[in-house]
Design a protein around this ligand. Structure first.
Ligand code: PEP
Ligand code: MG
Length: 355
C-alpha cells in the first residue's frame, strides 16, 4: 500500500515507514552484512583445518537437487544430510523406484566425486504424508515415524533402498537411517539392504558393493548405547534437533517452551560427548547434521569434543570454516574439557565466550 518497509532478516524485525535514523542504521547494517559476505567468499577455496593441523569435513544439508548449486557455491566438502522426505511430500503418491533413482543419481553425479549421505525417509512427527493415511496420533513425535514406518512397510522401504543402491554406482553415496533406538532396528534394516543387493546382483544391475551405512544419533537411547551401535555401522551423524527434543522432553516446535529448548543444556552435550566417544572407540567417524553444527558459538566446543564432520545449511559453511581455521585443536580440547565440567547451559555459554 505504498509503505516503506525494512525487513531485518537476521533478527526477524520489521519496521514500517522507517524514519531517517532507522534508514541510516539499516543501510549501514546491510552494507556491513554484504561486506562480510564478500569477505567470507575467500573461504571457499580453503580447507577446514585448524591452526595446529587438524582437518575436519564441512558438509551441507540439502532437501533435493535444487540445493546443489548452493553446496558447490559455498565450498562444501560434500553433503552430510540429504533429507529425502521432500521427494515423498511433494507428491500425491509414493515416488517410484525410477523416480527416486534419478533424483539420487542426479545429486550423486552433480557432486563430482564428493560424498553424499542420503537419509532414508523420515516421515511422521512434524512431516505428514496425507496419501499414506497414517493414523492420527496424540504424540506424533513419539509415534509412528521414520524407520518405524519403513520397517513395517517393507515394500515401500525396499523401493527406496534399491533406488539408493542403484544411485551408488554414480557417485560416493552413503545411506543413513533416522530415529534409531534399538540394535534390532539396525540389524533388520541391514538384512533388508542385503536382500536388495542380492536382487540387484541377480538382475545384473550395478551398485557400490562397499557402500557405507550409518545411523543418526537423535534419541537418548542411541546416544547411551553409542559404542554398541558403532560396532555395527560405518558412521554416525548426530541429529541435535531431535536429540535436544528427546533428551530434554521439550517439543522442538512448541513456542511456549522454546526457551527450554537448548542444545547447550549439559545433558544434551553429554549425549553428544557419549556419541563421539562411542564412535571413536569403535573406530568409526561421526558427524553432526542438526542445527547445532552451524552454530557459530559451538564450533570450538564441538571440535574439542572430537567431532569429525559438521553438516549444515550450505550458507553457514563459510562462517564455520572461518571459525575452524582460526581455532587451535589443542585449545579447543581444553575448552571442551572445562565446559563439560560446568553445571548449567549459562555457565557453558559464558566459558565459550571467554575462549
Ligand atoms: C535432527 O533431528 O537433528 C535432524 C538433522 O533431522 P531432522 O531435523 O530432519 O529431524
Ligand atoms: Mg531428526
Amino acid at each position: 500500500h505504498g509503505d516503506d518497509i525494512i525487513v531485518d532478516a537476521l533478527s526477524g524485525d520489521v519496521i514500517i515507514n522507517p524514519n531517517e535514523d532507522d534508514l541510516k542504521v539499516y543501510t549501514d547494517k546491510r552494507n556491513k552484512f554484504l561486506q562480510d559476505k564478500e569477505e567470507l567468499k575467500k573461504m571457499n577455496d580453503k580447507e577446514a583445518i585448524t591452526t595446529d593441523g587438524h582437518r575436519v569435513q564441512l558438509w551441507a544439508n540439502i532437501g533435493g537437487t535444487k540445493d546443489i548449486a548452493g553446496v558447490l557455491r559455498n565450498g562444501a566438502d560434500g553433503v552430510g544430510l540429504y533429507r529425502t522426505e521432500f521427494l515423498f511430500m511433494d507428491n500425491d503418491r509414493l515416488p517410484t523406484e525410477e523416480e527416486q533413482f534419478y533424483a539420487y543419481k542426479e545429486v550423486a553425479e552433480s557432486l563430482g566425486g564428493k560424498p553424499v549421505t542420503i537419509r532414508t525417509m523420515d516421515i511422521g512427527g512434524d512431516k505428514a504424508l496425507p496419501y499414506m493415511k497414517l493414523p492420527h496420533e496424540e504424540n506424533p513425535f513419539l509415534g509412528y515415524r521414520a524407520l518405524r514406518v519403513c520397517l513395517d512397510r517393507k515394500d515401500m522401504f525396499k523401493t527406496q533402498l534399491r533406488a539408493l543402491l542403484r544411485a551408488s554406482a554414480f557417485g560416493q553415496v552413503k545411506i543413513m537411517f533416522p530415529m534409531v533406538i534399538d540394535l534390532n532396528e539396525v540389524r533388520a534394516t541391514k538384512a533388508l539392504l542385503e536382500e536388495c543387493k542380492a536382487e540387484l546382483r541377480a538382475e545384473g544391475i550395478s551398485f557400490d558393493e562397499h557402500i557405507k551405512i550409518g545411523i543418526m544419533i537423535e534419541t537418548p537411547a542411541a546416544a547411551f548405547r553409542a559404542k554398541h551401535f558403532a560396532e555395527e555401522v560405518d558412521f554416525f551423524s548426530i541429529g541435535t534437533n531431535d536429540l535436544t527434543q528427546y533428551t530434554l522432553a521439550v517439543d522442538r516446535g512448541n513456542e511456549a517452551i522454546s526457551r527450554l529448548y537448548d542444545t547447550y543444556n549439559p545433558a544434551v552435550l553429554e549425549a553428544i560427548r557419549l556419541s563421539i566417544e562411542g564412535a571413536h572407540a569403535a573406530g568409526i567417524t561421526i558427524s553432526m547434521c542438526g542445527e547445532f553444527a552451524g552454530d557459530e558459538e559451538a564450533t570450538e566446543l564441538l571440535l574439542g569434543l572430537g567431532l569429525d564432520a559438521f553438516s549444515m545449511s550450505a550458507s553457514s559453511i563459510p562462517k564455520i570454516k572461518k571459525n575452524v581455521i582460526a581455532s587451535s585443536y589443542a585449545d579447543s580440547k581444553v575448552l571442551a574439557t572445562e565446559a563439560m565440567a560446568l553445571r548449567t547451559a549459562a555457565e557453558i555459554k559464558e566459558r565459550i565466550k571467554k575462549a
